[in-house]
Design a protein. Sequence first.
Length: 196
Amino acid sequence: MKTRWICFLIFILVSVSFGFSQSENQMTPEQRKAMEAYARVGALNENHEFLKQLVGEWNVTSRGWMMPGQAPMVTESKAKAELILGGRFLMWRIQGTMFGQLFESVQIVGYDNRQKKYVTFWIDSTSTAFYMMEGTRQGNVMSDSGVWPDPVTGGREKVRDVLTVVGPDEFTFELFMVGADGKEFKSIENRCIRNK
């Protein structure tokens, strides 16, 4: 049985390799149409170009509020951002502290040509959950929203964020959540200055 599966996998790999090596003249109309569709959704444009200005190493000053009306906790951290997968996505890594605890996060941001939206995937050391958001951009301001798992209630909560490019060496990131009273409040504000 194991030998049969190995032969099947080798057949698939050879078939796929042969299919990709065919010249355009040998493609069927369906294959050509599929290749054109993939080229369209994989193309880089001005929305991906926007992400390039965030590449680099950053010093981050964070102000965090556990509850609305409280004084913020202020912490310092480091962030590094790089383009991945041919410039289609920006990957962030942040290391520092938050609310007195060590904090690490990885965030991947891209522009989905098919949906015509920015999409964000976020994981961090405070949870085992995946956080997803999507949004749009107006000039130098990118706004995302999503519904995240709420570890306190076991339910889900609405969140949104706003990233504002202030200049070539500075941007801000604000995260808004919904408090116990049902009203939105600013939970995190990051001021990011390029580390030159």
